[in-house]
Design a protein around this ligand. Structure first.
Ligand SMILES: Nc1ncnc2c1ncn2[C@@H]1O[C@H](COP(=O)(O)OP(=O)(O)OP(=O)(O)O)[C@@H](O)[C@H]1O
Ligand SMILES: [Mg+2]
Length: 462
């Protein structure tokens, strides 16, 4: 069953129940109040009559006294307790004949409503005991057919039935309007999702009116998600195009040398040797590049850290020992505090430091200084070289993927232009920052800022 039909049926059924309950309360209250009012009127009249009959003696005169008190379809009777004599006046003989005279059974006034067999109308009866010198000497019985009540009841019933039907119809229409109002944005969303599913292209939902309700919030969130998806797809597209462009050059070199070998064979040993050497070096470059691609892809994913408490001084000391012997370059580590600890993913942090040291080694010839600082909010790792430096206008570009300042020079040094992008991603994963200061021909300082806490909370719960 469609959700609109469900909403419609449920609201209508609920409103119908409420209407029936309210109508029942109205109906029974009307009946009760009307009967009470009739009873009160009869009692009032009975009291007045009792006061008057005390002054009269003869039954004929008594009847004359009763007559003005008769209402339509009613009777008045006086019953003597001792003589059982009944004096009666009525304008509805039929009624008087059907309702038998009866004295008040107690000393108190009785009020009751009865319904004669096969008759629609109810009859209100009051029996008031007549007292004389503290004793009950008789009963005044007053009866009246409640003709108006039956008429009022029928009219009320028709009005209530009409109102109930009208309410149900209105609620059906209202429910339909309401469910359409709720479902329109949802149907819109479903259509957009189906479009996306069929075409495979992310698409946003068109928000027609600014309603600021939950449904609009849902559409806005959906659109934000699509925006992110589009940005990621664009990033991927860009990456594939950049990567294939980068791979094209070494592959062209390899192909041209391989062609040369095919054409000239191995006749000229010197040419063959050069060709094989170039093929080897370009293949190594491709291998390094693909490793870098994988690193980059790995660091683009968030929430993939394995954080633990690391003694950064010890980590750098070990790392630099290995790098020094591998590259034959002097790397000097400076730090004042005996133990500087950070919570980070050890492998990733090591990778980021190696990227900075690798750049310092590639783009300088002198020693390299590394400073560790333990500040209140950050732990800083600063790598300083005294090499060629970076032109001021280029600093903002060096974090872009595949960006190399001097492509020819980078080819010599074997760079892919991905190192700093990877380092930046790693530091971003740790909620940190990476800053560069450089003067061309003087040297470069690259600093990693690792925050200790974020918004007053521990960064990584171990
Ligand atoms: N310490 C530095 N001194 C001078 N130039 C630098 C330094 N670090 C980076 N650069 C410049 O910034 C560019 C981008 O650096 P990045 O580390 O991203 O790439 P790469 O070193 O060329 O290649 P990869 O690190 O991927 O092997 C480099 O090509 C280089 O021109
Ligand atoms: Mg590099």
């Amino acid at each position: 069953m469609k959700i609109t039909t469900k909403i419609n049926l449920i609201t209508t059924a609920w409103i119908l129940c409420v209407l029936i309950a309210v109508n029942a309360v109205v109906f029974f209250s009307f009946m009760k109040i009307t009967v009470n009012m009739e009873d009160d009127e009869l009692l009032q009249k009975a009291d007045q009559l009792i006061k008057e009959i005390n002054k009269e003696d003869s039954p004929v005169e008594m009847k004359d006294t009763f007559t003005p008190y008769l209402a339509n379809h009613s009777f008045i009777r006086i019953m003597h307790s001792d003589s059982k004599k009944v004096i009666q006046v009525t304008n509805d003989k039929d009624l008087a004949a059907k309702v038998k005279a009866k004295s008040a059974s107690h000393k108190e006034t009785e009020r009751l409503t009865i319904r004669l067999k096969k008759q629609e109308e109810q009859i209100a009866i009051v029996r008031v005991p007549i007292h004389s010198n503290g004793d009950v000497v008789g009963t005044l019985e007053f009866g009246k057919k409640l003709v108006g009540l039956e008429l009022g009841k029928d009219v009320l019933l028709s009005i209530l039935t009409f109102c109930t039907i009208l309410g149900a119809v209105l609620s059906l229409l209202g429910g339909r309007w309401l469910s359409n109002l709720i479902m329109r944005p949802i149907s819109n969303m479903i259509n957009t999702m189906e479009d996306i599913e069929q075409s495979g292209i992310p698409k946003k939902i068109v928000i027609e009116h600014e309603t600021k309700d939950e449904l609009q919030k849902m559409a806005v969130t959906f659109n934000r998600m699509i925006e992110r998806l589009e940005a990621n797809l664009e990033k991927q597209r860009q990456f594939i195009s950049d990567a294939s462009h980068e791979l094209k050059t070494p592959l062209t070199v390899i192909k041209s040398y391989a062609d040369l070998l095919l054409r000239r064979g191995l006749q000229n040993e010197e040419v063959a040797h050069d060709a094989i050497e170039s093929i080897h070096s370009e293949a190594t470059r491709i291998q390094k590049m693909t490793e870098r691609f994988l690193d980059l892809a790995d660091t683009e994913l968030e929430d993939l850290l394995e954080p633990k408490l690391i003694n950064i001084g010890a980590l750098c000391k070990n790392l630099f020992k290995q790098l020094q012997s591998a590259y034959k370059r002097e790397i000097v580590l400076h730090y004042k505090e005996t133990s500087i600890s950070v919570i980070a993913d050890e492998l990733k942090l090591k990778q980021a430091i190696i990227i900075l040291i690798d750049n310092a080694i590639k783009y300088s010839k002198d020693k390299i200084d590394v400073y560790l600082e333990d500040k209140e909010e950050f732990t800083i790792i600063l790598v300083k070289d005294y090499g060629i430096g970076i032109p001021a206008g280029e600093i903002e570009n060096i974090f872009e993927r595949f960006y190399r300042i001097d492509k020819a020079r980078s080819r010599e040094t074997g760079g892919t232009g991905l190192g700093l992008s990877i380092a930046k991603n790693i530091i971003k994963q740790h909620y940190g920052e990476i800053k560069v200061k450089s003067t061309e021909g003087v040297g470069t300082e690259v600093a990693l800022f690792l925050p200790k806490r974020k918004d007053g909370k521990e960064l990584f719960v171990q």
